[in-house]
Design a protein around this ligand. Structure first.
Ligand code: PMV
Length: 326
């Protein structure tokens, strides 16, 4: 009996400029670049054990054996890893999240980032960080951005090897904080993989994509200059543009809840009063409220006094995906 085990930890990330829609759905090559930062306190920890005695892959998420579509997605991903390594050996995957899945905190990003590193290391592949971002992308596009440290840009590219992500500033560069206002714990009805396929059905998608490089340039520069105001306006515009595409797709995707709208309106009021704060939303009803460390307690209190918010997670800028002790 031969067992090869590795364990990795990865953080989810929040996109400041969003990824929505693919040029190549199978390879998950996006129609536009995106920029995000990792979320330090939230994580997925994944252990992968390739075991010569196993006759199929098995998956446990938070200690519960998972079958169906969750398992199929992991098996498809492990098939890619096995093909690269040229080894036919099955694995047991144990994955744990310390945050709720499927509610707008990108659990698939940290899940596939941790799985990429743990699986590739356990099977004996020695690949660069850039190659690891390409591998993670095959599991979930945004997972590519959870591999490098801190603030990360994913270049869309055209092929499997040139659609990769790099760190544009380390986690210590700017003390931003993401307060994730949880509006609902319900599992979202249409996940992002299916959502990307609908992006082109919206007449607004081409305008969103055409303007993406301008938004990317402004946000990249704003991060380098630590210019909150310049970043804030683009981040909100970009989130609104993605949700406009979602809402005008066929079928329409409407992720906003009443509480999400109240939070977004309040955030705009607070920024108008001089506080560095902005919002962004992913494919779910939760609102990511981004501010600086200096204002995070103040914003936390303001959010806590609003009705309809079930929970608030606070995360600073996080590090890269890394191996840990088994
Ligand atoms: O990586 P996916 O397929 O879960 O897509 C992520 C899509 C958004 O979270 C809505 C935007 C983004 O760039 O993270």
């Amino acid at each position: 009996m031969k067992i090869f085990t590795s364990t990795a930890i990865a953080h989810p990330n929040i996109a400041l400029i969003k990824y929505w829609g693919n040029k190549n759905q199978i390879l998950r090559i996006p129609v536009n670049g995106s920029i995000s930062f990792n979320l330090d306190r939230l994580f997925t920890k994944t252990q992968v054990s390739f075991d010569s005695e196993l006759t199929a892959d098995i998956l446990f998420i938070n200690g519960i054996e998972t079958t169906g579509s969750g398992l199929s997605r992991v098996v498809s991903f492990l098939n890619i890893v096995r093909e690269i390594a040229g080894k036919q050996i099955f694995a047991q995957v144990n994955s744990e999240n310390n945050f709720p899945v499927g509610t707008g905190i990108a659990s698939s990003a940290s899940a596939f980032a941790a799985l990429s590193l743990a699986a590739s290391n356990a099977i004996g592949l020695n690949i660069s960080e850039k190659e690891l971002t390409c591998l993670a992308r095959r599991g979930s596009g945004s997972a590519s951005r959870s591999i490098p440290d801190g603030f990360v840009e994913w270049f869309p590219g055209e092929t499997d090897s040139d659609s990769f992500a790099v760190s544009i500033a380390p986690s210590t560069y700017w003390d931003l904080v993401d307060l994730v206002a949880v509006v609902s714990h319900e599992h979202k009805k249409v996940g992002s993989t299916a959502g990307h396929e609908l992006a082109n059905t919206s007449p607004l998608q081409s305008a969103r994509v055409e303007d993406a490089n301008r938004r990317l340039d402004i946000v990249r520069k704003a991060i380098i200059n630590r210019d909150f105001q310049a970043m804030a306006e683009m981040v909100e515009l970009d989130s609104n543009m993605m949700h406009a595409v979602m809402m005008t797709s066929s079928p329409a995707l409407m992720y906003w809840e009443n509480t999400s709208i109240s939070i977004m309106k309040n955030v705009q009021k607070w920024r108008a009063s001089g506080i560095p704060v902005c919002y962004t939303m992913d494919a779910g009803p939760n609102v990511h409220v981004i501010t600086t460390k200096e204002y995070s307690e103040n914003i936390n209190q303001r959010l806590a006094s609003m009705s309809g918010i079930k929970q608030i997670f606070t995360a600073a800028v996080g590090g890269k995906t890394r191996l840990v002790e088994n």
